[in-house]
Design a protein around this ligand. Structure first.
Ligand SMILES: [Zn+2]
Length: 472
């Protein structure tokens, strides 16, 4: 059965203040309801004053997604009654948004963007003693009320939950590169996912955070709808809620249409005129976007498309770390290999981004140089990276703490001792068992504190054992 998925992504924009007042948008460690004023609490008689930075951000998102920037757009009131919205309406853009009709390419597929508009975030609702269905009462935190949101709406161009996730991963990287979205400040992306099977009615799964959750919610929904169709019944149009614990979706509201909200133009906000000068000023100030950077990395550093993609799409901080390393260390291929295969693995294991970690381009380059000079083995370097990411100590300090590299003669003595202590393994190897060699190399490395080149050690072991067999 064919699947059609369209997404609405709400991105909390990176601004100092809220969309219509001067309250701090992302107050750190703030008490609930402390970053509020008459405007974001919706007192009668107050008027919104728009934050220009938020408009700049939506223009740059529109441009990055290949959209047309509309010279005139409007703000409207979306009316609904809910405790998260003290005015009983949300200021949003309905008739004409700031940006329309763009597209981006995801894994060779074109995903069309219907619109990008600006709106205010509602307050945060906390289910005091349970969840949506079980809580006896709710608490409301208006610190979030009025935070600027960009809503990015796609056409239903994705054909599987996996494609939807790939789109979201690409989109969030673009938003991060544009600096319009900053997770470190506590900003988040929330997704409303629309899905239908075989051209039937669609269900909308509301307010899902985390791309893995979006994929899971869509997978569940696809199976649910396919089962309904198989039974010869019709899928109903409805809004559903994703239960993050049970990983299932449940009915929230039946049949809901945008028109049900009774949109009216907001009389407090004039038409938003975006001149060509404004637009081109934003365009000129736009940073390099991920896809352009992938092409540049691949060419400039000769690291190939795959590595370039991994580096760039891991994040802006990871990409600039790579460029900084390449300024100090002259072998980009080796740098990318060690960053992707080992540094990134250690960071992921700690659920850390490179910008939050103790790693620095300077100390990481030092490690790469130590491998080149043969001061440490590759195998030992992999272990140093773990400790390096954990502690931030200089790789040379980590290596020297476990003693200097044994001299050739010293190594030969250790090899002799190991063979003497492990006569069984030695005779097994002499009899042609290769596993025994790996065991002996391991025993030598244990003695040297993991210092010494395994290939060199293997050569020595072979030589010692063959000498011994000749002597017998
Ligand atoms: Zn306020």
């Amino acid at each position: 059965m064919s699947i059609m998925i369209g997404l609405e992504v709400h991105c909390q924009l990176n601004t100092e203040s809220k969309l219509f007042c001067s309250c701090e948008a992302y107050p750190k460690d703030a008490q609930p309801n402390s970053s509020t004023c008459e405007i974001c609490l919706g007192y009668p008689g107050t008027k919104p004053v728009i934050n220009k930075k938020a408009i700049d951000h939506v223009i740059s998102i529109g441009l990055a997604l290949g959209c047309r920037i509309n010279p005139e757009s409007y703000f409207s009131r979306k009316t609904y009654f809910y405790p998260d919205m003290p005015k009983n309406y949300q200021i949003t853009q309905y008739e004409v948004p700031i940006a329309s009709e763009g597209s981006i390419e995801v894994n060779g597929m074109k995903i069309r963007i219907r619109r990008v508009h600006l709106e205010e975030d509602p307050a945060r609702i906390l289910y005091a003693d349970g969840n949506l269905e079980t809580a006896s009462h709710v608490l409301v935190d208006y610190n979030r009320a009025g935070t600027p949101l960009a809503e990015i709406v796609t056409e239903p161009d994705m054909k599987s939950p996996k494609e939807a996730r790939a789109f979201l991963e690409k989109l969030s990287t673009i938003l991060e590169y544009l600096k319009v979205y900053d997770q470190s400040k506590g900003a988040s992306l929330r997704v409303d996912a629309n899905i239908s099977v075989d051209g039937g009615e669609r269900a909308e799964v509301k307010n899902v955070t985390g791309f893995e959750n979006v994929e899971k919610a869509l997978n569940y929904e696809a199976v649910r709808q396919q089962n309904i169709v198989r039974l010869g019944r019709k899928v109903e149009r409805e809004t559903r809620h994703f239960d993050e614990v049970a990983k299932t979706t449940r009915t929230l509201r039946k049949k809901e249409f945008e028109e049900d909200y009774g949109y009216i133009f907001d009389p407090d906000l004039p038409v938003l005129d975006i001149s060509d000068e404004w637009k081109s000023k934003i365009e000129k100030g736009m940073p390099e976007l991920p896809d352009t950077m992938v092409k540049r990395f691949s060419k400039q550093y000769g690291i190939g498309d795959y590595d370039a993609k991994v580096i760039v799409y891991t994040g802006r901080d990871f990409a600039s770390f790579f460029e900084d390393v390449c300024r100090i260390y002259s072998k980009p291929k080796a740098a990318s290999r060690w960053m992707i295969n080992y540094l990134l693995k250690s960071l992921n294991w700690r659920s850390e981004r490179i910008s939050q970690s103790r790693a620095s381009p300077d100390t990481f380059s030092e490690l790469l140089a130590m491998i080149d000079k043969g001061e440490i083995t590759e195998r030992y370097a992999k272990e140093i990276i773990k400790e390096y990411v954990d502690t931030g100590f200089r790789p040379s300090d980590i290596a020297s703490r476990s003693g200097p590299k044994p001299s050739l003669q010293g190594l030969r003595d250790i090899v002799k001792k190991v063979i003497k202590d492990n006569t069984k393994a030695a005779s097994e190897f002499a009899a042609g068992k290769n596993d025994a060699l790996a065991y002996l190399i391991g025993a030598v490395l244990k003695e040297t504190g993991k210092r010494g080149d395994p290939k060199e050690i293997a050569k020595m072991i072979k030589k010692e054992i063959s000498n011994a067999s000749v002597a017998q």
